[in-house]
Design a protein around this ligand. Structure first.
Ligand code: HEC
Length: 179
């Protein structure tokens, strides 16, 4: 029974490599890092979401052929100079996927990626703003700058914010609306 299951798995694995679509291969080989679905800010993310990569690729490369070419080159030989995603600063350079994908697989994956629509301009702007606000807030909370917000830092931040808001309101009432 065991033997049958094992060979069944091996055969399926062998056959599927040739039959899988670009999307299936992407899920298998790339989606561990590039999450799929609607855009969201994920503090645990290790790479930009698929939709985020697509948004930037579509902005820079107007034709699908150019996008396919860039993806194929980048995935095997990524460099900081080649990277067009601004998130290279946040996540660091993508490790080369040479060995993880065959040429045939990459060709299918690149087609699939190059066909992705990306975000609307409005959503993109919103995501950028959210990202910026989150980063600024985090830096404000992390008062000792160790990259971790402790409970004490969080409480201190909340107290300070309370005070600031109080002052802000007074100032506003005093000046802003009087004349
Ligand atoms: C170990 C995590 C990881 C895996 C696996 C991974 N990537 Fe990436 N990828 C990243 C990170 C991080 C970035 C953003 C930084 C950069 O551009 O190098 C990125 C960026 C990209 C970009 C944007 C390049 C640019 O011009 O900025 C493309 C295209 C891409 N990946 C394709 C793929 C494909 C296709 C696969 C699967 C074969 C894959 N990635 C697998 C981490 C990963």
């Amino acid at each position: 029974m065991r033997k049958i299951t094992l060979s069944a798995i091996l055969i399926t694995g062998f056959l599927s490599a040739a039959n899988q679509s670009g999307e299936e291969l992407f899920k298998l080989k790339c989606a561990v890092c590039h999450k799929m679905g609607e855009p969201k800010q994920d503090p645990n993310a290790v790479a930009p979401m698929l939709i985020g990569v697509a948004t930037h690729l579509n902005e820079v490369f107007k034709s699908k052929e150019e996008r396919v070419k860039h993806i194929k080159e980048f995935v095997i030989n990524p460099t900081k100079e080649k990277a067009i995603c601004p998130s290279v600063k946040k996540f660091g350079l993508m490790p080369s996927q040479k060995g993880n994908v065959s040429k045939e697989e990459l060709a299918k994956i690149a087609e699939f990626m190059a066909e992705q629509k990306g975000m609307s301009q409005a959503t993109h702007k919103k995501m950028q703003e959210k990202g910026k606000t989150a980063e600024i807030m985090f830096k404000m909370m992390d008062s000792n700058g160790d990259g971790v917000v402790s409970k004490d830092e969080f409480i201190k931040f909340k107290e300070q914010r309370g005070n600031h808001q109080g002052k802000g309101m007074h100032k506003h009432q005093g000046k802003g609306c009087s004349k």
